[in-house]
Structure formats: C-alpha cells, structure tokens
Design a binder for this molecule. Structure first.
Ligand code: GLA
Ligand code: GLA
Length: 658
C-alpha cells in the first residue's frame, strides 16, 4: 500500500502528532478533559487499545466493546484519528490461567509467569488461535469506523518474548530448519556437527539452544536467532492477513524498536511486511545520546526505503525503566522530535497521552503530566504541536540520500557477540555508532543502511565489523569497489560465511583479495591495554597481525607499540577509481575523525556545511528542506547558512527551506 490513509488526508497535509491513549485507566469524566487538552495541544492521532485485551474480552468469548466504541466516537467527534491496536500484546489472566502452556520458557527451563506483560510464546498455536480470534472480532467491529486510519499489530513484538525455549518453540524450530535445510545431512554440514559428537540422525533430535554444559553450537545459536526473528515476523503476518482481508484499505503497521541494544528482530527483513514503517525510540544516557537517536532515526528512514515513516513512541521527558531516569532539559523535547522528522518521520507520537496514576509506568512522562495542564511540560507539548503544524507541508517528502553510507547488519550483530570468540568485549552497534559520530563530527551526512541496500550512488561505504559474509555479499562489495566506490571496513569483518564457518587461507577470507592484506592471527587486547599508532592515535580492544598481500596496498598508519609494532594498522588499496580500506583496531569516535576525514578526502567527499559549523550541528535533508540540529549545549551562529534564522538556540533545531 503506497499511500496509507494517514498520509493522504485529502488536501490537508500534516505531520501527525499524538500518543498511546489508555482511557481504560481513567474514569469516563476524565476523557472529556483528555480530548479538550488534545485539541489544545494539536493532537491529530492516538493509538488505542494496545493493552486492552483483558478489558475487551472479559472472559472467553465474552466481549465488552462499549467503552472502546465510546472512546473512538469521542475522539472522532473531536477530529482525532485512531491508530487502532489489535489488543493482543498482553494476554488476559483468564487465558493464562486456562492455558498456562502459552507462557514462555527461558533457556534454563523456567516459566515466564504473568504479572508483567507480553507473557506469550510467539509459536504457541493456542495463543495464536485466541489472539487471531480477537483480531478478527475487532476488525469486523471497527472496519467501517471513519476514525480508524491505521492498524497497530500487537505492540513492540519481541520486546520481552523474542527468545522462547519451550516445546512449542522446539517444534516450530524444527519446521523452520526443515525449510532451511532440505536434509538432516545439510543441517549437519551447516552446523558443523562433526564437532563434539553433535551429529544428528533426524530433525526430531534437534532442540533450541537450551542451557548447555558449555559453549553451545554457534550455528545452532545463530539459526535460533534467525528463527526467533522469523517466528515473530510470521505472527505479524498472521495478524496482518486478517486485517487485510477485512479492511484492505486500512494500512497495517507494528512499532519497531530500532534503538539501543534491542537486537532480536531483524527489522531489515521485517520492513516489507508492513504498509508503513513505525518506530519507537527512547534516548539512552551517555555521551552519544543524541547521535544514537539520529542513528536510529536514520536507519529507520532507510528501512522505510527513504519514504516517510511514523515515530510511534518516544518520551516527552523521563522514562521509568532506566536505573536513574532523568527529565529532559529545556529544548530536548522539540530537538528530539524534530531530529526524527529530519530523518523522514511524518508523525511524532509518544508513550503516552496521560501519565498513569498506578502501574509500573506511573513515573514515565507523558504529554499530560501528573501536574496537569499548568506545567512547563504541557506548555512545551502545546508548543511542539504548533511547530509541527508549521511544518505540515513537509508531509510526504522523502529523506534525501547522502553521498556516504554505513552498513548495518543484524546477522553480523548477532554472530559477533556470541561466545567463544577472540574477545567477548566486542560491541557491534557501538562500533557502527562511533563511525556515525565521526561523520557527524566532520559535518558529513551519512545514511545508515541495511546490508541488503543498493550501494550504487554512494561514493563511500563504511562496513563496520561486517563479520558474516556470504559469498554474494563479498561479490557485491567487490563490484562496488570495482565500479569506483570507496569501501572502508574494520577488524573482524569478512571472517565467516552464512553458517558461521571461517573463510580459509588467512583472514579476512572473504575480503582478503579486495583489501590486499592477509592476517594470520588476531591480536585482541586486554581491558586497559592499548596499541599506539604512528599517526598519534590509540587503539583498544583489537589489533591484527597484518601482512600486505599485493603491491598496490598502501599503509596509512602502522602500529608503534605492542605485539604488532612496525606492522600495518590501517591500509588502503586502490582499485581503478575505487578503493578498499581496512581499520584493524578500535579507535573510538574521536580517533575515527581524522581517519575518516582522510578517507573521505581521498574519495572526494566533502561536507555540505561551512567549516565553522561542522561538528557543532547535524545537517539532515528532506527535499528542499534542510534541518540544522544543534549538537551542543550552546547557541550556534548559523548566519553562514543563509536562512532567516541567525542563531540556533542551545539544543535547538532550525528548519531552512529553499
Ligand atoms: C515501550 C512500550 C510502551 C511503554 C514504553 C515505556 O515503548 O511500547 O508500552 O512501555 O516502552 O518507555
Ligand atoms: C557512482 C559513484 C561512484 C561509486 C559508484 C559505485 O557511480 O559516482 O563514486 O559510488 O557509484 O557503484
């Protein structure tokens, strides 16, 4: 569906603004004030019924839709659209009491009990039957309601239940394996079961990687991660098919969590299954907090193929689930929201509309805080609503591609952080984020793209720790370089094939010829150990014993100290008009700035920002509109950009239109 209803409100383009709305937590009188305040804030859409199963199906087959009818009608009468959840996120107590066999089981065989949420096995046929019946009942009831502009499948699929080791999971895993491997011999080959007497004589002997005596089979672990992502995707498709059958004109989405360390779901693989991409993002504390937000929004925009997407949740201020939950500083609410918009979001929504009085999330901020309307937070929410209204004409404008890209790959993320590796300290996402920060520090825009993305048109492609390299992927990277592209990759890339088997003959086997280097042994570093480079930089975590393989590989920096002293640390091989560079140690964002700066200069990629603004602001572009995001805590003079704005406030965002 190329044109979801929420994008085509006839003649009335808008950026949607709203929140999860949980009216069932409040007495009916409160709802009238809710919709009045929503209108005052400029709210255009809310997500309803996300955790409402127990209040909608109060006992098996007994429904109470009265309150939801009332809520939807009230919203509609006030011009507020509804993203209606299928209400299946958390099964009600009557269901888990009757069918405790839908409860997930952890790796050690412990039951995950009710009391929180999402206590269901992704592969449980019983859960699925009950949930899909509810989806059908809801869809039939609300199919003609004009307020409903989107379907919201479940909620954050896999947030708590992606890995389930139950007997249902075991049975479904075997079905999945039979589809992947035609015969048990193929599985034995792929899993390397000649090792440790793991040879299977039949699929019926295969289990999920339950708690084992020692390092479980790595390919079994990797396949279980693939399977677990697929199992939830399959569930998403099952709900979607019912919704498409009953309401083919209403777009279906589910809220992804392209954020932080959430890694179980391969969203690059899920993206095609929804009618539009929606994401939830919560800022994490730390030095790169804003860069992480931008990274996530950027990747989400590229999962959406550059097309507009929906920010389904973020927070107006503090959350409740971090060890210490900080309120947002002045300006951060708007800056965070507009950073998502800068990367293609056509909706800015929050968890949640009204801050709860009770329950685990009562200290989580909302649009309507405990303090009520007479609060700075509510005033900020109203201001943000006005700002989004002023940007309405942006709606539908795709984000504009950059000249550079960073490749992101869930499979490599999963594989490199498994056990039994040269170091357990390696952090896939952190390395990718460090490169992104280096781009931002240099004032150069870079797209964060899934590994399957088309690379033509990018002058520079950075592939941090692209560890899992099936033969077609190394062929694609080689063709990119031979076509004039400039590839940059790092330590522990190109090491294994799709089955996590080593490419032999010297590392990195899949990229050895392209990079023109050969590594006989890895040189991981102990915590606190460093390796000095002759360009003044310091490496941590990893080094390689690199030998040049070929006359056309040049050394950009060498090790000065440590076991590799005198050997190459950073190399580059020119291939026609293109090149392939290798960075063999962890330099961190600061260390990557000069290295990336040099590589970009050699590739002819320059910043679009005036020199004095590079690093201080982030530039993001949607068509004719430039977003200038203040990365500092101080005002920045942006006169040089030639817009009407002369000063960017601390934590401010300027929107410049051609
Ligand atoms: C997730 C969930 C919401 C809420 C928020 C809190 O995004 O979808 O229901 O729990 O986290 O940050
Ligand atoms: C375009 C660019 C080159 C390179 C190639 C790769 O032609 O101009 O720099 O990115 O694509 O295919």
């Amino acid at each position: 569906m190329s044109n979801p209803r929420w994008l085509r409100r006839a003649g009335d383009p808008r950026l949607e603004y709203g929140a999860d709305y949980n009216p069932e937590q409040w007495p009916r009188e409160v709802w009238d004030e809710d919709v009045r305040a929503m209108r005052d804030a400029g709210v255009t859409i809310v997500s309803l019924a996300i955790f409402s199963w127990a209040r909608l199906e109060t006992a098996e087959g007994e429904y109470d839709f009265g309150w939801l009818d009332d809520a939807i009608d009230l919203l509609h009468a006030n011009g507020i659209a509804v993203d209606l959840a299928t209400a299946t996120a958390s099964p009600p107590p009557w269901l888990t009491t009757k069918h405790p066999e839908i409860l997930p089981v952890d790796q050690k065989g412990n039951t995950i009990w009710p009391g929180g949420r999402q206590q269901w096995r992704p592969t449980s046929p019983i859960f699925r039957a009950y949930a899909l019946r509810l989806v059908r009942t809801l869809a039939e009831r609300y199919k003609d309601h004009p307020a409903v502009v989107a379907w919201h499948v479940s909620n954050e699929l896999g947030c708590h239940n992606v890995y389930d080791f139950s007997d249902d999971a075991a049975a479904a895993f075997r079905v999945w394996l039979r589809a992947r491997y035609a015969t048990i011999d193929d599985l034995n080959e792929a899993w390397g079961t000649a090792f440790w007497s793991q040879w299977y004589s039949s699929f019926s002997e295969v289990l999920p990687p339950r708690q084992a005596a020692t390092h479980p089979n790595p390919t079994q672990q990797l396949d279980f991660k693939r399977f677990s992502s697929d199992a939830l995707k399959d569930y998403l498709i099952a709900e979607r098919e019912i919704l498409r059958e009953i309401t083919p004109e209403i777009p279906v989405t589910t809220n992804f969590m392209v954020m932080g360390e959430t890694r179980g779901m391969d969203y690059a693989d899920w993206a095609a299954e929804v009618d539009f991409i929606a994401n939830d993002h919560y800022r994490l504390p730390g030095a790169q907090t804003l860069d992480e937000l931008s990274f996530s929004a950027n990747l989400t925009g590229n999962l959406a193929g550059g097309k507009p997407w929906f920010l389904m949740e973020h927070s107006t201020s503090a959350v409740n689930w971090q060890p210490i939950n900080l309120a947002k500083k002045p300006g951060e609410l708007e800056r965070d929201s507009l950073t998502h918009v800068a990367h293609g979001a056509d909706a800015v929504c929050f968890f949640q509309w009204r801050q709860s009085r009770a329950g685990a999330e009562k200290y989580h901020s909302a649009m309507y805080p405990h303090a009520g309307r007479d609060s700075q937070l509510f005033r900020d929410v109203v201001d943000l609503g006005s700002r989004l209204k002023s940007l309405a004409s942006l709606a539908g404008t795709p984000r504009t591609r950059s000249k550079a890209a960073i490749i992101f790959d869930w499979t490599s993320w999963w594989a490199v952080e498994q056990d039994s590796h040269p170091t357990e300290k390696l952090k896939y996402r952190q390395e990718a984020l460090d490169w992104y920060t280096a781009f931002l520090d240099l004032g150069v825009r870079a797209d964060v793209v899934p590994v399957g993305a088309e690379l033509d048109g990018y002058d520079v492609v950075v592939a941090p720790i692209l560890h899992v390299m099936p033969a077609p992927l190394s062929a694609k990277l080689t063709a990119y370089v031979e076509g004039g592209g400039h590839l940059v990759t790092t330590y522990f890339s190109g090491i294994v094939d799709e089955n996590d088997h080593i490419w032999l003959g010297g590392y990195p086997g899949a990229l050895r010829d392209l990079l023109g280097i050969r590594i006989e042994e890895f040189g991981p570093l102990l915590d606190g150990d460093t390796a000095e480079l002759d360009n003044g930089l310091t490496g941590t975590l990893w080094t390689d014993r690199i030998a040049l393989a070929g006359a056309d590989t040049t050394v950009l920096a060498s090790y000065k100290t440590g076991d590799q002293a005198g050997r190459p640390a950073i190399t580059r091989r020119e291939v026609g008009d293109g090149s392939a560079a290798y960075v063999s140690t962890r330099l961190g964002a600061d260390g990557l700035v000069p290295v990336l700066g040099d590589l970009l200069a050699r590739a002819g990629v320059t910043s679009e920002l005036p020199a004095e603004l590079r690093g201080r602001v982030e530039l993001a572009v949607r068509g004719e509109t430039r977003f200038i995001i203040n990365r500092t805590e101080e005002p920045v003079d942006i006169t040089a950009l030639g817009g009407d704005d002369r000063t960017l406030t601390a934590r401010g965002v300027a929107v410049l239109r051609a």
